[in-house]
Design a protein around this ligand. Structure first.
Ligand SMILES: Nc1ncnc2c1ncn2[C@@H]1O[C@H](COP(=O)(O)OP(=O)(O)OP(=O)(O)O)[C@@H](O)[C@H]1O
Length: 279
């Protein structure tokens, strides 16, 4: 369980808190998507989960954040990083080895994993991310999507209870983005890992997440199941969150009484719903 309790944070250099009055409970094993306009505070929330705040970014920290019962202020970064694996926005700055297997091994060896477990962890992490065939490839020869999967595999090899990813598909085409989400979702289901992903593509999040968290100017506007959050498509547009146009259209038809079914998360659901309306 990840728990934010009345959490607010002001970076030391900042004039005011950039996230405020955050109350949020993320159950174990949940797949959570965080989205919101640029600068709304999404990354700051992830830093509070993996301990970068307060351990690397000093500032005024109010309230509390606990992960698996551990208060992030009282727990050292080394202990927290065993619990929370993080994949940052800039993959190139995260990857340090020239060869795929060395990159995955680097983390495992530095975490003091017993020698006889190393090969198993390496193979399993590569398989979990569907990249066993890339094991001996150079990082330089990989596509953006493949590099992202290597970065994720390197973190999964440490078997964290929580995986936090900051915009993992920002540089990826739609097919690679979908592939990363499918692999993450399958991994989370099979291993019971909690996944928290910051992502701009709300349609993708809605397809995979159990909970969508919408951040607006440092405050949580919505934290609920995707279908519940998407009911507010006009409000989301006002705060800079682009809902799928098919969702907005169907919500407006629902407001006019033309459509009475559940929220449509994408074009496929909308076209099925329209088919029923005109049948
Ligand atoms: N190290 C820092 N020191 C001071 N202010 C910071 C620091 N990091 C972020 N901020 C400020 O905090 C606010 C929230 O930033 P954050 O990166 O959490 O938002 P975000 O929603 O993830 O943005 P983006 O979508 O652009 O990545 C912004 O105004 C940003 O300028």
């Amino acid at each position: 369980m990840i728990e934010f309790n009345e959490f607010s944070f002001r970076y030391r250099e900042g004039a005011r808190p950039v996230v405020q009055d955050i109350n949020l409970s993320i159950p174990d094993g949940a797949f959570v998507g965080i989205t919101g306009a640029a600068g709304s505070g999404k990354s700051t929330l992830t830093y509070a989960m993996n301990g970068i705040i307060p351990h690397c970014y000093p500032g005024d920290f109010y309230g509390s954040v606990t992960v698996d019962g551990l208060d992030t202020c009282d727990t050292g970064l080394t202990d927290l990083s065993q619990l929370v694996g993080s994949v940052c926005q800039d993959i190139d700055s995260q990857i340090i080895s020239p060869i795929v297997e060395d990159e995955v091994l680097y983390g495992i060896e530095n975490f003091g994993v017993p020698r006889d477990e190393i090969e198993g962890r390496l193979t399993e992490a590569l398989e979990d991310m569907g990249i066993a065939d890339l094991r001996e490839r150079t990082i330089a020869s990989l596509s953006g999507g493949q590099k992202q999967k290597v970065a994720i595999a390197s973190v999964l090899a440490m078997k964290p209870k929580v995986l936090v990813l900051d915009e993992p598909t920002a540089e990826l085409d739609p097919a690679s983005s979908l592939s990363v989400f499918e692999l993450l979702s399958r991994y989370a289901r099979e291993h019971g890992t909690t996944v928290v992903v910051v992502e701009q593509k709300i349609a993708l999040l809605s397809q995979f997440a159990d909970m969508l968290v919408i951040v607006d100017d440092g405050r949580i506007r919505f934290a609920d199941a995707p279908a519940k959050v998407l009911e507010h498509s006009d409000e989301l547009l006002e705060i800079g969150v682009n809902c799928p146009r098919s969702t907005t259209l169907m919500n407006r038809l629902a407001a006019r009484g033309v459509y009475q079914g559940p929220v449509c998360r994408n074009v496929e659901e909308a076209s099925l719903a329209i088919g029923k309306v005109i049948a």
